[in-house]
Design a protein around this ligand. Sequence first.
Ligand code: PLP
Length: 396
Amino acid sequence: MKVNHNALALEQNYLFSEVARRLREFQAANPDRRLLKLSIGDVTRPLPAVITDEMKAAAEDMSHAETFHGYGAEQGEAFLREAIAGYYAKRGTALDPDDIFISDGAKNDLGNLCDLFDADNTVLLPDPVYPVYYDTSIMSGRRVVFAAGSRENGFLPMPAPDVHADIIYLCSPNNPTGAVYSREQLAEWVAYAQKNGAVILFDAAYEAYIRDPALPHSIYEIPGAETCAIEINSLSKTAGFTGVRCGWTIVPKTLQFDGASLHQMWFRRTATKYNGCSYIIQRAAAAVFTEAGQQAVHADVDYYMENAQILKAALNRAGIFSTGGENAPYVWFAAPNGADSWDCFDRLLSRCAIAGTPGAGFGKAGQGWMRFSSFGTRETVLAAAALLEKISPAEF
Ligand code: PLP
């Protein structure tokens, strides 16, 4: 047997595992110091009752012969696909519920979609970005090129006309920078994809955090995207589903590449390798899209966004430049004194017991930057903000 050598080409330390290792070491060496974790991308608010009540009701249904559910529909239950289409329709984006595939979260599909494409394709990634796109592209043996984000371009890199790409991952709002592409910028990406005959894989996992009404939540708000883009979304951050697991992937029937329908290919792939998100979870997910569900999840999103404001204000008072945190739950700041990301991580940890995430872990262009997540509890965020305000950039 030969192993997949592309998988061996990955760096062995996944960013978050390395952060976790350093934090464990710090805690073991400093058992009396309280660690303030602003590094995690995981939510801390419990699920709203409107969602867990529906989960309980669905579980109850499973214990009666008349309402029991076995294997579900291949693409996911129609009631949930219709609820999702209704959610997009409220913002004026018309979707065919038949184009929506229910998943158990975005991460799996971001990698699984690679099954649809030949290995001999060039992948274009914004840098810095969620590391899963890079790792999954390397595992499947594809060439990767980058569009570099910087303070100058607001961490919203645009395609270079002379660079060819076949598969483009976009993440807006971006993890880790919190930057969000404007409608005009996304239109430019769509035009570039059409010119290159490329497909865009648009990760909208943080769209619920967009505050500015002028910013697009979905790639399908851009004319022409239905001919070149797949959208991946998730309830993980929108509704606290990180431990529940539910998301969706939109593969319009209008996507034709190389004489094939990506929709048909994805349907076939899904039917072969996936048996669906659990019925109970799909019922809970549908509750998110009810009026009461939307109110409850928006309250949690507001809570996290207030955390982001507190962190930004503290960094600002400490004289540290930050961006993001306005339309995304991530605050992205420049390591003071031109420090390296991991040095800044270590110093912040040893001096303040605050854990951030080193920007360098999200790509070369993240070097010299750090990410704070606003998914902590208010108490953690306030404690961290108080410490940050006292520290002078010179101490970093
Ligand atoms: N996409 C981005 C940009 C993310 O940051 C994350 C999780 O942190 C995911 C996708 C994964 O989401 P899920 O929990 O639905 O797998």
